[in-house]
Design a protein around this ligand. Structure first.
Ligand code: PLP
Length: 409
């Protein structure tokens, strides 16, 4: 085997399809979000505005979060020093889990090193806990859920995206006595559409299935205390396992599940992705807990309102220009381009000519032909930043002779 040639061929395929991904080196400026400095490959620097971050509320620079992290760092040092079972469970981990259980009004919560790992580890472990488990998974579920469902082996059924009638059909075909779990998301991050939580919980009740809801793109941002869309819709008590991240709206790092004491205890005891890895640094756990606490309160409500307002304004402005935006009423603003080469070119021009950073979104993150620019307005994007973005998009769209169209959804 010529290993180098095989690697070259794999990489060349991505180049040929126009979807080879490049990193750009950015340093966000604490206190100045969404502003950052981009260091170009030639070493020169440029001030940019980040328009594709998932620090949706700017909590990564919130004074209470930073203070909690500094305090924990000074008190206890850098790393946790072990896995959760072997010296890596600290008061900061326990406090964070208590904060998360309270957030979701569940008996318990379990923190993982990311929401990716939480999804993968939990879904694959549920197969061990419930022999013969059939998992019903939405066709557009995140890669981490797909991986967890796949790795666990066993039966799976993929239902068409958000198609409750299809899900019902699949549930009805299976043995009524078989253990079942429905895995879905509350907000699908690439289109920004909502999952039908109530309808899926109704079906789960009817067919005696468990529910597993990924609220990664909703926690911190929806619901009176920021617990997500299930909280907003009064459905949170009906969901058996909620998955969330501490790395997006909470602005820090890590992931978790919230569920019954029994469920959490079993996952904690059996999931290799939880057991055999070093726990979060205490300062990270402390920062995440401070962020969750802050967003549960009045300050969180104000940020959530401003977040939605900024998203509405941006969508309105882009729609007014006839941009093909995908609008499902969430905070995510995707602009459909439909071609990986055009998408990358637009992204490059926005960055180089206008200091606007929005990463092109290509296959496999989205299906081929639906390539897009995905903007994430936040409470820290002001009127000036929105104005600059809208003008730049107007100019570039004309320059690239792209179609102005009706909104996509
Ligand atoms: N679930 C969904 C729906 C996501 O979009 C992501 C990340 O983008 C994750 C899980 C993983 O979250 P984390 O970044 O905490 O690993």
């Amino acid at each position: 085997m010529d290993y180098n040639s095989a690697l070259d061929a794999s990489l060349q395929r991505l180049h040929d399809e126009g979807r080879y991904r490049t990193f750009i080196d950015i340093a966000r400026e604490q206190g100045q979000f969404p502003h950052a400095v981009w260091t170009k490959p030639d070493g020169t620097q440029k001030d940019i505005t980040v328009w594709c971050g998932n620090d949706y509320l700017g909590m990564g620079q919130h004074p209470e979060v930073l203070a909690a992290m500094h305090a924990a760092l000074d008190a206890t040092g850098a790393g946790s020093g072990g896995t959760r079972n072997i010296s890596g469970t600290t008061v900061w981990h326990k406090r964070l889990e208590a904060e998360l259980a309270d957030l979701h009004r569940k008996e318990a919560a379990l923190v993982f090193t990311s929401a990716y790992i939480a999804n993968d580890a939990t879904l694959s472990t549920l197969r061990l806990l419930f022999p013969g488990l059939i998992i019903y998974s939405d066709a557009l579920n995140h890669a981490s859920m797909i991986e967890g469902v796949r790795r666990g082996g066993g039966e799976k059924r993929i239902f068409r995206h958000n198609d409750v009638a299809h899900l019902r059909e699949l549930l009805a075909k299976d043995d009524p006595a078989a253990p079942k779990l429905i895995a879905f998301e509350s907000i699908y991050s690439m289109d920004g559409d909502f999952g039908p939580i109530k309808e899926i919980c109704d079906l789960a009740q009817e067919f005696n299935a468990l529910t597993y809801l990924d609220e990664v793109h909703a926690v911190g941002m929806y619901g009176p205390r920021g617990a997500g869309v299930a909280e907003r819709d009064g459905q949170m008590h009906r969901v058996d396992i909620i998955n969330g991240t501490l790395a997006k709206a909470y602005g820090v790092f890590g992931g978790y599940i919230a569920a019954s004491v029994r469920m959490v205890d079993a996952v904690r005891s059996y999931a290799p992705g939880f057991i055999f890895t070093t726990s979060l640094p205490p300062a990270v756990a402390a920062g995440a807990a401070a962020s969750v606490r802050f967003l549960k309160g009045e300050g969180g409500l104000r940020l959530r309102e401003r977040h939605q307002t900024q998203a509405r304004i941006l969508k309105m402005r882009l729609k007014a220009l006839g941009m093909p935006i995908i609008d499902h009423g969430s905070h995510i603003v995707p602009v459909h381009v439909g071609n990986p080469v055009h998408c990358k070119m637009l992204s490059d021009m926005l960055l180089e000519n206008h200091g606007i950073y929005v990463q092109p979104i290509n296959f496999p993150t989205v299906p081929r032909g639906t390539e897009r620019l995905r903007f994430t307005p936040s409470p820290v994007h002001g009127t000036g930043e929105i104005e600059t973005l809208v003008r730049a998009m107007d100019e570039l769209w004309a320059h690239c002779a792209l179609n102005r169209a009706e909104q996509v959804a």
